[in-house]
Design a protein around this ligand. Structure first.
Ligand SMILES: [Zn+2]
Length: 107
């Protein structure tokens, strides 16, 4: 995976996690609510300008917390809620991501 692919995969997973969270927690059916859209856009912008994509794999593992305190709390809650649920929904996508994460850890 090159850096661009990693960024895209991270954005995609983040999107699915927030989307799932919003549907279950906020009861939305067609797309996310404004609050979750804002969070997704924020996460996307952080990933897009992350200088560490080449050496790390996912924001949850990043030692440099570039999220503001408020957004960090929100994304954490989303990940807690959606992490395992997303795995059952999109096992291939998440498994691929986990494999990449493991590989990066060994480097
Ligand atoms: Zn929402």
């Amino acid at each position: 995976m090159n850096v661009q692919e990693k960024k895209e995969s991270e954005m995609q997973i983040t999107y699915h996690m927030i989307d799932l969270y919003c549907r279950k927690k906020h009861g939305t059916r067609n797309g996310m609510c404004d609050e979750c859209k804002e969070l997704e856009a924020y996460a996307r912008s952080r990933t897009a300008c992350c200088p560490f994509t080449a050496t790390k794999t996912f924001c949850s593992q990043c030692k440099v917390h570039c999220y503001g305190a408020d957004m960090r709390e929100r994304i954490r809650e989303v990940m807690r809620f959606s992490g395992m649920r997303l795995f059952f929904k999109h096992p291939v996508m998440v498994a691929r991501h986990m494999i990449e994460t493991k590989k990066a850890g060994k480097q």
